[in-house]
Ligand binder design. Structure first.
Ligand SMILES: Nc1ncnc2c1ncn2[C@@H]1O[C@H](COP(=O)(O)OP(=O)(O)O)[C@@H](O)[C@H]1O
Ligand SMILES: [Mg+2]
Length: 376
């Protein structure tokens, strides 16, 4: 039988093709069991959503699992409606259960909830609330009430949590969430997001409502060696071979970045008949860079001259960006300007400042920038 390419990106990596993260899985599992809430932070595409999904996989049927992604949600009304619907769907398999929950816990909502049962008995729910009727407190307490009544724990996962802070009434919403959620003994909240500076701000500033809300995990990249063994196994399993040195080089090119490891490995797999040679790796890397060229050009188009100059200075190996020499040589304006430039680049997720020296978020960025903007 023809084997399939085992490497994938753009969809969550769970089940068999999941690499390591053993320590983090252990922490999540014990949090789910104990009702300890979790805050998970990492730059985008390092593997937060995959990790949470994989961890939940073990508990299928044993826990109610509510998953909400704030990425596309732009207001608190939409959020509360999504929470309501998600909790109802996650805790219901039969119509009877749904009507039970609604009459027991959210009676006042009855006129605004419609449900239909499909051919395969699958439920679909639609909500039609006049704004003033959707009481946030009732919505937020529902998960705890169901957990308590049925003696089954609920895990509520909220992806891109930092988005909430951007809503017009963001700070009021955060206060409301905290005031309810902190009383819930049988629900585990798992809140995660990228934009480390925003997420960290929400959870580690004493002025913020979510200060010390849960156990915080700063997710690191998967280690180089773990990736190498993962690649060796995955290629072997699907009938192709890769020398350890080539696998190491593959992981180094993409700086152990989860999404790009999968991306590059996928191209290599497609390009090789049975063996990933150094030449195939080199060509595949060129293909990856080329795939990202349009995106890169778009990002660069949006940069200010100061930001472009700042990146040039970094790529030239400068570390003292506020020194008079560097400010002048790269035309970076005043000393005070540097912080502004850095903040903007961090906010656009071009640079990551969580390490000692700033690093580029995406491994394609530096090579393409050098190719097109740094004269030899
Ligand atoms: N543990 C892992 N093992 C293998 N691949 C992974 C793992 N974690 C992430 N990936 C890869 O990285 C991609 C991005 O991961 P994702 O979970 O969406 O990141 P995030 O939620 O942090 O943005 C996934 O589509 C998958 O290809
Ligand atoms: Mg995600």
């Amino acid at each position: 039988m023809k084997k399939k390419n085992p490497f994938k990106y753009g969809e969550l990596s769970t089940g068999e093709n999941f690499c390591n993260r053993k320590a983090e899985l252990k922490r999540l599992h014990s949090a789910f069991r104990d009702g300890q809430s979790i805050v998970l932070i990492s730059p985008r595409r390092w593997g937060k959503s995959s990790l949470v999904d994989h961890a939940l996989g073990t508990y299928k049927g044993k826990l109610y699992q509510v998953k909400i992604d704030c990425f596309g949600i732009s207001s608190s009304e939409e959020f509360y409606a999504t929470v309501l619907k998600s909790v109802l769907l996650a805790t219901t398999s039969k119509l009877k259960q749904l009507t039970d929950t609604v009459t027991k816990h959210i009676k006042s909502f009855i006129p605004y909830i419609k449900y239909t049962v499909g051919e395969g008995e699958e439920l679909s729910i639609s909500l039609d609330f006049p704004e003033s009727k959707l009481d946030p407190g009732t919505v937020l307490d529902l998960a705890q009430k169901i957990a308590h009544q049925r003696k089954i724990r609920v895990v509520v996962c909220i992806d891109e949590f930092q988005k909430i802070a951007e809503w017009q009434d963001g700070s009021t919403v955060l206060e409301k969430l905290r005031s309810h959620w902190q009383k819930h003994k049988e629900v585990t909240y798992c809140l995660y997001g990228s934009k480390r500076h925003v997420m960290s701000g929400l959870f580690s500033h004493s002025s913020q409502p979510f200060y010390r809300f849960g156990e915080t995990i700063l997710l690191n990249k998967i280690e180089h060696g773990e990736w190498v063994s993962f690649l060796l196994t995955e290629f072997r399993k699907t009938g192709k071979s890769i020398a350890i040195e080539v696998a190491q080089e593959l992981v180094s090119l993409v700086e152990s970045h989860s999404y790009y490891v999968q991306y590059l490995a996928r191209i290599c797999w497609n390009n090789a008949k049975d063996k990933i040679t150094p030449v195939i790796l080199k060509d595949s890397w060129a293909e990856l860079l080329n795939d990202h060229l349009a995106l890169f050009q778009n990002i660069v188009k949006g940069l200010t001259l100061y930001q472009t100059n700042y990146i040039k200075a970094l790529l030239a190996g400068e570390t003292q960006l506020t020194s008079q020499r560097v400010l002048q040589a790269y035309q970076l304006g005043s000393q005070g300007n540097i912080k502004r430039i850095a903040n903007a680049l961090e906010d656009q997720e071009i640079l990551d400042y969580s390490t000692e020296t700033p690093s580029f978020c995406d491994p394609y960025f530096a090579p393409l920038f050098k190719k097109y903007f740094v004269s030899k």
